[in-house]
Design a protein around this ligand. Structure first.
Ligand code: AKG
Ligand code: FE2
Length: 525
């Protein structure tokens, strides 16, 4: 016991002194943390207010949109951890989570989706990593701020989680560049190196992976995973060299690996898929040029038949391709019709699905990213009027057509090359309906798009650029009912802005006298 002697009691004062200092230090540390939190909050408020002035414009920029998702996931997790460290914060969190049903919180899947979308934009539009990190999208379109090392790191980490080592190395390298420039470091150097080394290894560059791991070990000599990886990379390198010595026929690959080229196995970059892909991306970037002999056959005119509707009010028609014929009709949907259709469709928007051709089931797929819903003619007078207008312009029977589909593409939204007509097994679904296949597509553009978002036909070398109020129209089938493979088309990813379309798929039944069928595919109109 201490109270019996003065000497022991005086030692208590020393203890108390320590206690006071500890509390003091605690307060200083908390104040510093709060100071930093205040600064972060101030910045968040500033951006938030700016964004709220015009959410559509702000979020039209894919980097701004990505950063918003990141703030509500990664940054929010950090804030939560900070706040659970003290009891007042805990209470606030409880309040906030009780509002969970009212608020929309993005989750890890949303963050991953946003990151994957950015990577898609980067690839399709050939955007440079360093430019993107500076917040530059294309031309003079900028994000509200540059990316920090931590933002780049997070993009790398998300790519890593998707098994995409190519983008992991791009973004982790950029995170390193940014890290070196930062005075207030936003990320841990060793973490970047660890991801970068592993993805570099996965990309086939073992030597570089080893070098990066050695760098990491200089910084953190007792980093257990780095030590383990180092041994592993060394072994991989040794066995490669052994293989190189023993087997000359293989040395091309080994050299490629050592020089840091990606080893791509069994990939013929000239196969049909790759050729189509290249054409698709080129067209999306606006690089497709029509051959003069093709271009000279195209023309514009006022179409004033075959229906009374067109005789009274001819439609501005642009022929954008011949055989198969593709038309653009200008000013066929008014701004107020567009507004009504958007309003009607939005409440029932769902992530768009595609039909699995093996199982016949509808499912979501990464190659079609948009939200969509269907509008019945009974739903509104506007929908009825619009349906009738399509009938008048095309001269086709609308009774067997599908409902009007409305779609909105957001951050990186797209629809990769596809046919609108049903093939093989899918055809059965239409047989059951008794309406036949999708003979034609009528596609309204309900918005302009700031950048990207063209409808492209990779096998025809044409790109249609969305223009609010205009519509594209083409036959998917030959007169004999066979699908016209040249009508394969795609919706390019939206780079900046948002894209709205609505489309009508017109079916075969009911067109027998309007578009007579023929026995062979050469019987074109
Ligand atoms: O949005 C586009 O440009 C094309 C959409 C499309 O091809 C479709 O929905 O089938
Ligand atoms: Fe389509």
């Amino acid at each position: 016991e201490v109270f019996t002697a003065m000497t022991d009691m005086s030692r208590l004062l020393t203890t108390e002194g320590e206690m006071i200092r500890a509390v003091e230090n605690f307060i200083i540390a908390q104040e510093e943390k709060l100071e930093k939190l205040k600064k972060d909050l101030y910045e968040m408020e500033r951006v938030h207010d700016k964004a709220s002035l015009s959410p559509e414009d702000f979020l039209a920029n894919p980097i701004n949109a990505y950063l918003l998702v990141k703030r509500l996931t990664v940054d929010w997790t950090d804030l939560q951890n900070f706040m659970t460290d003290n009891s007042m914060g805990q209470e606030m969190l409880t309040n906030l989570t009780s509002m969970a049903e009212l608020l929309r919180w993005p989750d890890e899947e949303d963050l991953n989706g946003a990151a994957v979308a950015l990577m898609r934009l980067q690839d399709t539009y050939k955007l440079d990593t360093a430019h993107l990190a500076r917040g530059q999208i294309n031309g003079n379109i900028h994000a509200y701020r540059e990316l920090t090392a931590s933002d780049c790191f997070e993009l790398g980490r998300q790519s890593y989680n998707s098994g995409d080592h190519y983008h992991t190395t791009l973004w982790m390298n950029e995170a390193l560049n940014r890290y070196e420039m930062e005075t207030n470091k936003t990320v841990i150097y060793a973490d970047i190196l660890e991801y970068l080394a592993f993805s570099t290894y996965m990309q086939g560059n073992v030597r570089q992976a080893l070098k990066l791991t050695d760098e990491l070990l200089v910084e953190r000599p007792d980093h257990q995973r780095a030590l383990g990886n180092r041994a592993y990379y060394l072994e991989a390198l040794n066995s490669q060299q052994a293989k190189k010595r023993g087997d000359d026929s293989d040395n091309i690959d080994v050299e490629a690996v050592e020089k840091g080229y990606t080893v791509t196995e069994n990939v013929d970059v000239n196969d049909a898929w790759h050729r189509e892909r290249r054409s698709y991306e080129r067209l999306c970037r606006g690089e497709g040029k029509l051959l003069p002999q093709v271009a000279k056959k195209l023309n514009c005119y006022y179409q004033n038949g075959p229906t009374d509707f067109l005789r009274i009010g001819p439609v501005k028609t642009e022929v954008v391709h011949i055989h198969p014929n593709i038309y653009i009709y200008h000013d066929v949907l008014s701004d107020s019709e567009v507004a009504t259709i958007k309003e009607l469709a939005t409440p029932s928007f769902k992530r768009a699905t595609v039909q699995n051709y093996k199982t016949g089931e509808l499912e979501t797929a990464s190659y079609r990213i948009s939200k969509s819903s269907w509008l019945k003619a009974e739903d509104s007078e506007t929908v009825t009027r619009v349906n009738n207008r399509i009938g008048s312009i095309t001269g086709l029977n609308m009774d067997t057509a599908e409902e009007l589909q409305v779609a909105n593409y957001g951050l990186g939204g797209h629809y990769e090359p596809h046919y609108d007509y049903a093939q093989r097994e899918e055809k059965d679904a239409f047989k059951i309906l008794g309406t036949g296949n999708r003979i034609a597509t009528f596609l309204f553009y309900m918005s302009d798009v700031e950048a990207g978002g063209a409808t492209v036909f990779p096998h025809l070398n044409i790109a249609l650029w969305p223009k609010k109020g205009a519509a594209a129209y083409w036959y998917n089938l030959y007169p004999n009912g066979e699908g016209d493979a040249l009508t394969r088309h795609a919706a390019c990813p939206v780079l900046v802005g948002t894209k709205w379309v609505s489309n009508k798929w017109i079916h075969e039944r009911g067109q027998e006298f309007r578009r007579p069928c023929a026995l062979n595919i050469d019987a074109l109109e």
